[in-house]
Design a protein around this ligand. Structure first.
Ligand code: UDP
Ligand code: MG
Length: 139
């Protein structure tokens, strides 16, 4: 059975452009409950560790630079079928391929600066949430 937890970050392009509130509205309107949330900034070491799975990809250096270029908002979200429903809400990695009405289609700048992160599995949702929050911080 699909889990009910996913993890998101609102990325530096979106926080810097002042789109945090609008993106949170979309997330809440879509039925997600915020279980924990933090406005913070990643160090290069932290960004590299968060995206370690991509360390061999050609875009890794650029991704670390970008993710440390401004503030991010990290959040744990709850909803039935959370991982899949959130990926549907944000749309494809490349905003030009993202469906009309998705968060990336509305707010992303490019395939790199694509406004939001969404976990890709129940297992990664728990790992990524634990990267930012201790269990006592989950409301
Ligand atoms: N990314 C990039 N260039 C690419 C593919 C991905 O800069 O060609 C960045 C982008 O910010 C993306 C992140 O790396 O969100 C992680 O990539 P992934 O394939 O996991 O995409 P996602 O799961 O975020 O849709
Ligand atoms: Mg991914």
């Amino acid at each position: 059975m699909a889990g009910n937890i996913t993890f998101t970050m609102i990325k530096p392009d979106a926080t810097t452009a002042g789109n945090t509130g609008k993106i949170l509205d979309k997330i809440i309107e879509a039925g997600f409950t915020i279980k924990a949330m933090k406005w913070t900034k990643l160090s290069k070491e932290e960004a590299g560790r968060f995206y370690a799975v991509h360390s061999e990809r050609p875009f890794f250096g650029e991704l670390v630079e970008y993710m440390t270029s401004g503030p991010i908002v990290a959040a744990i979200l709850e909803k039935d079928n959370a991982v899949e429903d959130f990926r549907t809400l944000i749309g494809a990695t490349d905003p030009q391929k993202a469906a009309e009405g998705t968060i990336r289609r509305m707010f992303a700048q490019s395939i790199a600066a694509n406004a939001v992160h969404g976990s890709d599995s129940d297992e990664n949702a728990l790992i990524e949430g634990a990267f930012y929050f201790s269990s006592r911080e989950h409301a």
